[in-house]
Design a protein around this ligand. Structure first.
Ligand SMILES: C[S@@+](CC[C@H](N)C(=O)[O-])C[C@H]1O[C@@H](n2cnc3c(N)ncnc32)[C@H](O)[C@@H]1O
Length: 237
């Protein structure tokens, strides 16, 4: 059959096919747990900890998108949140589940293997949706799906926070259109603070700033090549 496009989902699936499949890439990425990757260390993001320390976030229901080996999901669960965490990679989820058992946070933390766009979540709404480093690995057309996901799951007054490659420091700065001609995401897409504010303009921006770099002895994760952004869904939305 040559005429395969009928729905918006068909268009999105066709565009997905212009890029290498992400699942096998991430499974290979996590195969060697001793590899020198900054976010393999079991430390929570400094910005996430700062939202908690400042009382902007308090224990409630949270969803971690692209949770990887679970460092932020486990921190949220340890802080008293009820957490659902999703990742495409079965290797990441297996590692995250082991870490959660070791941390004693399994009672209020569930991991789900699969795409964030297809995950069958046990709750309709989340007070916090957190994404550390997933958005910037999505192809441009999946921003449409991402915004639809946020619209569906973020509770009224809920918070959404994201970290993404900071333009000028890390990530591809090619325009969206060129990425399709290239058929590659070049290791992830760079965003400016204005691009994040514009993408999530349906939400109120509370804080958009570079991540604060952390030294090797810090208990927190912080690298200078990420932007951090915190938004809130206002009640009127
Ligand atoms: C840079 S890693 C960050 C992992 C974790 N958030 C952390 O900071 O430790 C990006 C993660 O996003 C996941 N990912 C990418 N696309 C995804 C999708 N469509 N659905 C679910 N997870 C996805 C990858 O498997 C990978 O674990």
């Amino acid at each position: 059959m040559n005429r395969t496009i009928r729905t918006t989902e068909d268009v999105l699936a066709l565009l997905d096919g212009l890029f290498p499949p992400a699942g096998p890439f991430w499974d290979r990425f996590y195969a060697d747990r001793s590899a020198d990757r900054p976010f393999f260390a079991p430390k929570p993001d400094e910005n996430l900890v700062s939202y908690l320390d400042r009382g902007i976030l308090s224990p409630s229901r949270a969803l971690d998108l692209g949770c990887g080996p679970g460092r932020n999901a486990i921190h949220l669960a340890a802080a008293g949140f009820e957490v659902d965490a999703v990742d495409l990679s079965s290797a990441a989820v297996a590692w995250a589940e082991e870490r959660a058992r070791e941390a004693g946070t399994t009672a209020n933390l569930r991991f789900h293997q699969g795409s964030i766009f297809e995950a069958e979540l046990p709750h309709h709404h989340y007070d916090l949706v957190y994404d550390s480093g997933c958005l910037h690995h999505l192809p441009p057309h999946r921003r449409v799906s991402y915004l639809a996901l946020l619209d569906r799951v973020l509770a009224p007054n809920g918070h959404f926070a994201v970290t993404a490659f900071a333009a000028g420091s890390m990530g591809s700065e090619r325009p969206d259109e060129e990425l399709y001609r290239l058929g590659a995401l070049e290791g992830g897409l760079a965003y400016t603070a204005d691009e994040l504010r514009s993408l999530f303009r349906d939400f109120a921006p509370l804080e958009v700033r570079p991540m604060a770099a952390q030294g090797p002895d810090s208990e927190l994760f912080g690298v200078p090549f990420l932007l951090t952004a915190l938004f809130q869904r206002t009640a009127s939305l």
